[in-house]
Design a protein around this ligand. Structure first.
Ligand SMILES: Cc1cc2nc3c(=O)[nH]c(=O)nc-3n(C[C@H](O)[C@H](O)[C@H](O)COP(=O)(O)O)c2cc1C
Length: 231
């Protein structure tokens, strides 16, 4: 399928079948993704992929940490333990950006049938992030902690290159900023050097196309709002 077709059909998948990806296919996709461009060809992105027993252990540890943190958030409005390796990763969205965030949330919670006032339903939907949405694999993207914006751009470009190459082979994925919130279990599982920080993650595998959550569809801004062309 041409890339335009893949982009039309792809969604952030939030319910996966347990069937793992053939290791040879995964290896090929990862080899192809090495061609992603980067500033000065610095290639700052490091990738840690958990499957099998490692993935099971990470899920248990991360869900535990996230559940504790989400309770603290409900109590205090925030939890500094959720900052991850790059404090200031997030700024609160406002204006039109916030409107788009609300639109995506409405699509997601609408597909899940979770009402706005259903706090427990929303917490459960959040926790699903650290269950990797049932995916058999999860990738964590990391870069040197000293790096700033431009290398982070490279990591994003790498991740989307990987996601598109996966989509080409029928493998679905969901990028997850949430997976950058608690790095200690990931660092331990992969013996990640202190110099690297985990930025975000991506669950991947084969979509459960019957799951209601995968019926969520998001809007995009019109071209006129974001692209300006002058001759
Ligand atoms: C860098 C990045 C981080 C994201 N973090 C999360 C996340 O933590 N949890 C989640 O469910 N979706 C996450 N998403 C998915 C976005 O919500 C999704 O891409 C957006 O709403 C557009 O929907 P679509 O991907 O289905 O087209 C993330 C996407 C990106 C690119």
């Amino acid at each position: 399928m041409p890339i335009s077709g893949i982009l039309r059909e792809r969604i952030s998948c939030r319910s996966f079948l347990p069937q793992p990806v053939d290791p040879q296919i995964l290896r090929k996709v990862l080899e192809d993704a090495q061609r992603a461009p980067s500033n000065k060809n610095g290639q700052p992105c490091h990738v840690f992929i958990a499957s099998g027993e490692t993935r099971i252990q990470l899920e248990a540890q991360l869900v535990d940490m996230a559940a504790t943190s989400l309770q603290a958030v409900r109590g205090n409005g925030s939890d500094p333990n959720m900052q991850g390796d790059f404090p200031g990763r997030y700024v609160e969205l406002d204006g039109v950006y916030k409107e788009r965030q609300y639109g995506a949330a409405r699509a997601l919670y609408g597909a899940l049938g979770v009402q706005r006032a259903d706090m427990q339903g929303r917490v459960d939907a959040m926790l699903a992030n650290w269950r990797f949405f049932g995916a058999p694999h999860v990738a964590f993207f990391a870069m040197d902690r000293r790096f700033g914006l431009m290398p982070a751009v490279d990591v994003g470009i790498y991740a989307q290159t990987l996601a598109l190459l996966m989509a080409e082979r029928g493998i679905s994925s969901c990028m997850q900023g949430a997976l950058g919130s608690f790095s200690a279990p990931v660092r331990m599982a992969f013996n990640v050097s202190d110099q690297l920080g985990i930025l975000f993650g991506m669950s991947f595998g084969y979509s459960d196309t019957t799951a209601p959550v995968n019926r969520a569809r998001t809007e995009r801004a019109s071209l006129a709002d974001v692209v300006f062309i002058r001759d």
